[in-house]
Design a protein around this ligand. Structure first.
Ligand SMILES: Cc1ncc(COP(=O)(O)O)c(C=O)c1O
Length: 363
């Protein structure tokens, strides 16, 4: 079988192990496993679910969705303050990344990615046949605009910025982002998947710069990772090009209803975000008490990056897993060596995590 050359020895996405498999491996029931490795919300979007339940008997599942996703797009427009001609509705942020990469990146181009960061940027770029130039973040994981700009060459077509950044959790000043957009002149994809948890955004820069595309999702703050709704925001002329690449029916009719309902119940989302931010603060204080045994990095997201000191992250992760707590292991990620990433869970889950970590690390 002949497949594309780029797929030989390809470093594919590190799929999360299914809960069922983890449960079997550690001898627990699937219900006893708590996923703290996917940065999702522990809270349910009840108001939107009630809307879906009410509309369900009449949903036209025999038809394709309205390809303009009109009601949902109106909700996004109200939420972002940008017109309908400034938006592209996507199947999660991942499809937004995919569309953007296809718009900007040709075979043989260079794509710049400050690292460590979300792996799908590299994967999408490499799949288009591009060469990825990784620009390491600074000692405190800060974005180094100078270094990013130095890396721009004649073949550079796209720069990925994640703000706040996954997996480090830190936010880079908007001025740094704007400098990169202005001075590079190439496509800049700014991923704001975690924007609600930090409250700061560069979305208004899309009023000014044609080469900036902001990518967002309902997977995190809106508690809808399973629904698969995201969106891109850019200047109207850029949106026209993005629409050339957008597949016509990538959202299900059920996702459209839930997404639209999510934007009609912003109060619920904001309550959940406040709870997450409060819990993040509490968890961070507890983790910091383990200083010497564990380093916790400040976060403006719904997760915290931690590094065990004097213990192997692999071992810590395995021992937590035996207790039913699943963290993301980043030990092999350059720039995040020996680190684990834990989602901020409910108060009860976080307390459990702290207790287990103290025991494992002898803190
Ligand atoms: C930075 C970042 N961008 C995009 C995504 C993908 O989001 P979605 O579920 O909307 O595809 C994630 C998911 O974890 C993420 O961390």
């Amino acid at each position: 079988m002949k497949t594309r050359k780029v797929l030989e020895d390809f470093d594919a996405y590190g799929w999360e192990t299914p809960t069922r498999e983890i449960a079997t491996e550690v001898g627990l029931e699937p219900e006893q496993i708590v996923r703290l490795d996917t940065n999702t919300s522990p809270y349910r979007p009840d108001a939107a679910m009630r809307t879906l339940a009410r509309l369900l008997p009449k949903v036209g599942v025999n038809d394709y969705p309205d390809t303009s996703y009109h009601g949902l797009a109106e909700g996004i427009s109200r939420y972002t303050g940008k017109g309908l001609d400034r938006l592209v509705v996507t199947n999660g942020a991942d499809e937004g990344l995919d569309i953007t990469t296809k718009v900007f990146v040709d075979q043989g181009d260079e794509v710049i990615i400050p690292t460590p960061t979300y792996s799908m940027y590299r994967i999408g770029a490499q799949l288009m046949g591009a060469k990825v130039k990784a620009v390491p973040r600074g000692p405190d994981f800060e974005l180094q605009a100078d270094k990013v700009l130095e890396a721009v060459g004649p073949r550079t077509s796209l720069i990925f910025l994640c703000n706040p950044n996954n997996p480090t959790g830190n936010y880079s000043p908007i001025e740094e982002v704007e400098r990169i957009v202005r001075e590079s002149g190439v496509g800049v994809l700014l991923d704001e998947a975690y924007f609600e948890m930090c409250g700061k955004t560069a979305i208004d820069l899309t009023d000014k710069y044609e080469n900036l595309i902001v990518c967002r999702t309902m997977s995190k703050a809106f508690s809808m990772a399973g629904v698969r709704v995201g969106y891109l925001v850019a200047k109207a002329r850029t949106v026209e090009v993005l629409n050339k690449v957008r597949p016509p029916n990538s959202l299900s009719v059920l996702s459209v209803i839930l997404g639209e309902a999510g934007f009609s119940h912003l109060d619920e989302m904001r309550r959940h975000v406040r709870a997450t931010v409060r819990e993040r603060g509490r968890l961070f204080v507890e983790l910091r008490k383990m200083k010497g045994r564990l380093t916790a990095f400040p976060s403006e997201t719904n997760f915290i990056l931690i590094r065990p000191e004097g213990a192997r992250a692999d071992d810590v992760q395995k021992r937590l897993m035996k207790k039913g707590l699943v963290l993301r292991n980043l030990s092999k990620v350059r720039g995040a060596e020996n680190c684990l990433r834990c989602t901020v869970g409910s108060a009860e889950t976080n307390a459990r995590l702290v207790t287990e970590l103290k025991e494992i690390l002898g803190a």
